[in-house]
Every structure is written in C-alpha cells, then in structure tokens.
Design a protein around this ligand. Structure first.
Ligand SMILES: Nc1ncnc2c1ncn2[C@@H]1O[C@H](COP(=O)(O)OP(=O)(O)OP(=O)(O)O)[C@@H](O)[C@H]1O
Length: 208
C-alpha cells in the first residue's frame, strides 16, 4: 500500500505545488489526471523516490521513502518500483535486451533472460532485441521502456504519459500490457496522462 500525506513541493523560484493526500491499495490501478503544469510529473517523481519533497511523507509498504538515505532509496526503487518515463532513458551503446538486463544488474537482482525475452514478445518487439536505441522509432522506444520497467517485477509500476507517441492500436495495447502485467506481478499501477483513450480503461482517478 502506498500513502502520500501532506506533500508540498516548491521548485526554486516556482510556485508551491500541494498534493492532496492519497492512498493506493495493493494492486490498485489509478490514473493521475491534471492540466499541463499541474504537477503530475513532479508527483510521480516524488512517489518514485527521485525528488525529495519540501514537506510531507511517502510510505510504500510501510517504508518511509524519504527517511531512507539516497543510496537506500535508489536500492529500494530498483527492487520495488518500475518507471516508464516520458522520454525513454535507454543506454545508447547497449542493445534492447542488454538495456533490459542492465535494469536487473543495477538493482542487484539476477538476470532472467527468458522473462526478458517474453516481455519483449508480449509487447510485440521480439525482433528488436538485438537493435540499438538509435535504430528504433519513438513508439518502439516507448515499448522497450515499458518492458524495462517490468524487468524487476516491481510492486508499483509508474508511467508518465506512456502512450503519447503511440497510435490508437499500440496505445491500447500498451495500456492493456501495463494493466495485465501490473496485475500478474501483484503490482499497483499508476499512470499520469492527458490521453482520453487511456481514461476509458480506468475507474480510479486522482485529480490535480
Ligand atoms: N525542474 C524544475 N524547476 C523549476 N520548475 C519546475 C521544474 N519542473 C517542473 N517545474 C514547474 O512545476 C510545475 C509542475 O510541473 P510538472 O512537470 O510536474 O507538471 P505536469 O502536470 O507533469 O505537466 P505536463 O502535463 O505538461 O507534463 C510547472 O509549473 C513547471 O513549470
């Protein structure tokens, strides 16, 4: 279970961003909605342990994320949280499969080669396993990012605008993939989006 309470963040010279308290139960699937600039990415980064908030608390399965040291938080994130960023942060000098395997290595977990191949197959990109990021389209890169986020069987899967560069068919496929894989892995799912096509798939929404 994830709980945020009394969260406030102020960027240098920015306005104060206040986030309503929120509880995400085990395996619940939520949409985070809000206008551009309302703070969706900021909140995702705080929940992911990537941005220390000015005030407030993030509890994930009983762990107070910002009571951990930065190093402990990195380790916690690697093992428990999968993230699909707006822009895929893949390593250019590694092929797709190695990018997936690196996610396990970085988290200190064993590499599960078969699982990684099957993740690529589920996303319809098996044939790209040996390709390098520079050789892929934006939509393909996005799908690789989704696969990479699932590599370590996270408790929480977070996606920031995961469908913005995909056509209708692929957007729907990625949302289904996120929803099914989150469920299969016992993970909660949290997606930030403007995408009306995504809204139809969810009943739980948190509005900024
Ligand atoms: N690194 C930063 N430094 C200063 N201000 C920032 C920074 N990142 C975001 N902001 C500001 O904080 C506010 C919230 O930004 P954020 O990116 O979280 O919104 P968002 O809802 O994700 O927007 P979008 O839907 O356009 O991606 C905006 O006013 C933005 O300009």
């Amino acid at each position: 279970m994830i709980r945020i309470s009394s969260l406030v963040h102020v960027y240098d010279q920015g306005r104060s961003l206040k986030f309503p308290d929120w509880e995400i139960g085990d395996m619940e699937q939520w949409l985070l909605l809000g206008a551009s600039g309302s703070g969706k990415s900021t909140l995702l980064n705080i929940i992911a342990g990537l941005l220390k908030p000015g005030q407030g608390e993030v509890l994930i399965n009983g762990t107070d994320l910002y009571a951990l040291s930065a190093r402990e938080r990195d380790s916690f994130r690697g093992k428990h949280i999968g993230i699909v960023f707006q822009k895929p942060h893949l390593i250019r000098s590694l092929d797709v499969l190695d990018n997936l395997e690196l996610a396990a290595v970085m988290a200190g977990l064993p590499v599960d080669h078969e699982r990684n191949l099957s993740l690529l197959a589920d996303l319809g990109i098996s044939e790209l396993a040996k390709n390098y990021p520079d050789q892929l389209s934006q939509g393909q890169l996005q799908r690789v990012s989704v696969a990479r986020a699932l590599v370590n069987k996270p408790d929480l899967l977070i996606a920031d605008e995961p469908t913005s560069s995909l056509d209708d068919e692929n957007a729907s496929q990625v949302i289904r993939m996120l929803a099914i894989r989150a469920k299969d892995n016992g993970a909660a799912l949290l997606i930030a989006t403007h995408d009306a096509r995504v809204r139809d798939h969810f009943t739980k929404t948190y509005l900024l």
